[in-house]
Design a protein around this ligand. Structure first.
Ligand code: AP5
Length: 214
């Protein structure tokens, strides 16, 4: 099963993708994570990617499609979860072609619906485990009092450079201009399913499971 998790910054795509990896042995393909890795490479490309990401704008289609193409060549396990990709119509077309080349199909596009006001609170309160990437939130999922990650026991936690109100405004603008047209695109294809991303994390998980098991 191959699915896309679609939604604005902070909608919960990464949180839900990690759960699906755990429960269904799927593979999370997060272009945001891939780009964060690329920016530490010390190359000129890494430097450009870092500047674009920190501003909240989108990295070029060419770069992200190239990153996804490389990852699709490996083991498919329980299927792919595309997290943060596609983000433009050109990326959506490229994904369709890549899957067709592999004789794979897209089974569902799950939209996580969350109002903008809630996104600011989610983004500014977010941190992740520096070792395994588990996602935390100051209010809704705090780092345990003993300072150890619940998944791996790691003790280093990070905040993202683009997790501030200024970058978030640009990220939201990019979402509405470039990514939200994909909702119509996948609706017409009959693949779009929407879940309430504002609900409690476990309720969101259950709603996604319902879509996947239908
Ligand atoms: P990316 O890393 O993809 O960031 P994003 O889309 O902005 O999404 P986030 O990771 O911020 O949020 P999320 O939806 O995963 O939420 P999370 O689960 O963490 O992209 C970063 C940048 O890279 C882009 O701006 C762009 O520059 C570039 N880029 C990436 N992909 C690209 C592409 N395809 N093309 C071009 N450029 C690209 O949750 C957020 C917080 O809320 C957490 O603290 C979590 O604990 C909490 N939370 C989650 N669910 C709930 C819930 N149900 N209730 C309460 N709290 C919750």
């Amino acid at each position: 099963m191959n699915i896309i998790l679609l939604g604005p910054p902070g909608a919960g795509k990464g949180t839900q993708a990690r759960k699906l990896v755990e429960d269904r042995d799927m593979i999370q393909l997060s272009t945001g994570d891939m780009l964060r890795e690329a920016r530490t490479s010390g190359t000129e490309m890494g430097q450009i990617v870092a500047e674009v990401m920190d501003s909240g704008k989108l990295v070029t289609d060419e770069i992200v499609i190239g990153l996804i193409r490389e990852k699709l060549e490996g083991d498919k396990k329980g299927g792919f979860i595309f997290d943060g990709f596609p983000r433009t119509l050109a990326q959506a077309d490229a994904l369709e072609e890549l899957l067709a080349e592999m004789d794979e199909t897209l089974d569902a596009v799950i939209e996580l619906r969350v109002q903008d006001e809630a996104l600011v609170a989610r983004i500014v309160g977010r941190s992740t485990c520096g070792n395994c990437g588990e996602v935390y939130h100051d209010l809704t999922k705090p780092i345990p009092a003993d300072g150890e990650c619940t998944v791996c026991g790691g003790t280093e936690f990070k905040r993202r450079a683009d997790d501030n109100e200024e970058s978030l405004k640009t990220r939201l603008m990019e979402y509405y201009k470039q990514t939200s047209p994909l909702l119509g695109y996948y609706h017409v294809k009959g693949a779009l399913r929407s879940v309430d991303g504002l609900a409690d994390m476990r309720d969101v998980e259950a709603a996604i499971a319902e879509v996947l098991d239908a």
